[in-house]
Design a protein around this ligand. Structure first.
Ligand code: ADP
Ligand code: VHF
Length: 368
């Protein structure tokens, strides 16, 4: 076995591996993954596990005849999570820790920092963090919705150098291999664009969420942070042998040569906008001036309700999404400034608080 040069990795395990028979947790595939985790740790590699499967694991505890409402799925997740954690914990002679998250936690900068601190402390003390979305408390507004994207957010938060998404297929194919016999496996993706997304179809298993689309979204999030991403088959033992030999067992997505800075990455890929401001000129005109920031008199409209420190979208008046940014003003105050543009009070307020958006808190978006 060669020495692997990963420092820290995030492994994401899909529901089909946890509950392959859709009848509670099974150790059949998890044992091999657990052995891989043990081997990596014995080489000094820090491992974080993102484990799906709480709903699939808990499903057998509820009558199959009853409708699977959202409330029922949340109950399955609550019960299944305990079974799943117990199963993982049985495999290891080192401690593990459960971290349940929502998008509401990750998009709040303070809570995000707090999560990072906890994860790093666990890793420093040899504890294996096992993470999942907190399905029992999530609402549509609060959830990430799939663990592929969640694992990429976790990988970025943890400054991992590899993200491995273990699924029920060998990797990304040019079309869904479960529907097309002539689908071709793509071993290496250098950059992700629309043509890659066009290949991705939905999940075909009864327990998967998001299919290949959310895995490509995850790969885009992770690679833009400099994290090499794999989509690989967790059902096959040879996947793990190959990984440990430094080979690619499925599809590898190469990291950006120039990864985004951490704060800009968080704003682009993890934070979600709470409202938006519409600026008069183009973003370049607003930002490449002397001030390098956006002032109140450049804003033509304010939409939504947001507080100081929230992430907002900057849009040009022709509708183009220009940037995401941290608001230095609440929407309430900005509306006041917009309504009283010429007032002395408005000017004084901006002189004392500063620009509405500062250059250091802006993440440029692809023009769309
Ligand atoms: N282009 C593609 N290449 C590979 N799999 C694809 C593709 N398009 C759709 N899929 C589907 O995505 C599934 C994997 O996603 P999903 O069921 O959500 O897995 P998981 O539970 O591991 O997250 C595959 O089983 C396959 O049916
Ligand atoms: N949080 C959910 C899993 C959601 C999800 O993304 O599932 P999967 O597509 O199997 O990775 C659960 O624990 O059941």
């Amino acid at each position: 076995m060669q020495k692997l040069n990963w420092r820290r990795i995030v492994l994401k395990v899909g529901s089909a591996l946890i509950a392959p028979d859709q009848d509670g947790c099974r150790s059949r595939y998890l044992l091999t993954i657990a052995q891989f985790i043990v081997r990596c740790r014995s080489q000094g590699i820090e491992v974080i596990l993102v484990s799906s499967g709480s709903v699939a694991a808990g499903a057998h505890l509820f009558p199959a005849t009853q409708e699977r409402t959202v409330a029922m799925k949340k109950a399955m997740a609550a019960a299944g999570q305990t079974e799943m954690m117990a199963m993982w914990d049985r495999f290891f002679d080192f401690p593990s820790a459960q971290i349940l998250l929502t998008h509401g936690d990750l998009r709040d900068r303070e809570r995000y920092e707090s999560i990072r601190e906890t994860v790093f402390t666990l890793l420093d003390h040899g504890v294996l963090p096992i993470m999942n979305e907190n399905d029992t408390v999530t609402t549509d507004d609060l959830k990430v919705g799939d663990n592929d994207n969640l694992s990429a957010m976790v990988a970025a938060a943890a400054d991992a150098d590899a993200l491995m998404i273990f699924s029920d297929v060998d990797g990304l194919y040019d079309k869904n291999p479960n529907l097309h016999d002539d689908a071709i496996l793509l071993p290496e993706i250098k950059s992700i664009d629309e043509s890659i997304y066009a290949m991705a179809g939905c999940a075909t298993s009864a327990v998967g969420t998001g299919g290949m689309k959310t895995k490509i979204e995850a790969a885009e999030k992770a690679t833009s942070h400099g994290i090499t991403t794999y989509i690989i088959n967790g059902f096959k033992e040879q996947t793990f042998t190959k990984l440990l030999e430094g080979e690619n067992p499925g599809t590898i997505f190469l990291p950006y040569e120039k990864p985004m800075q951490e704060a800009v990455h968080w704003m682009t890929h993890t934070a979600s906008e709470q409202g938006e401001v519409v600026v008069a000129g183009s973003y370049d005109e607003s930002l490449e001036g002397e001030t390098g920031c956006i002032r109140g008199d450049e804003i033509v409209a304010v939409h939504g309700e947001f507080a100081i420190g929230d992430t907002i979208l900057v849009r040009s008046s022709d509708g183009t999404r220009l940037a995401k940014a941290t608001a230095n003003y609440s929407s309430c105050l900005l509306n006041f400034i917009a309504d009283n543009e010429q007032s002395e009070f408005s000017d004084k307020m901006q002189d004392s608080i500063g620009p509405v958006i500062s250059e250091k808190d802006i993440a440029l978006l692809e023009k769309s």
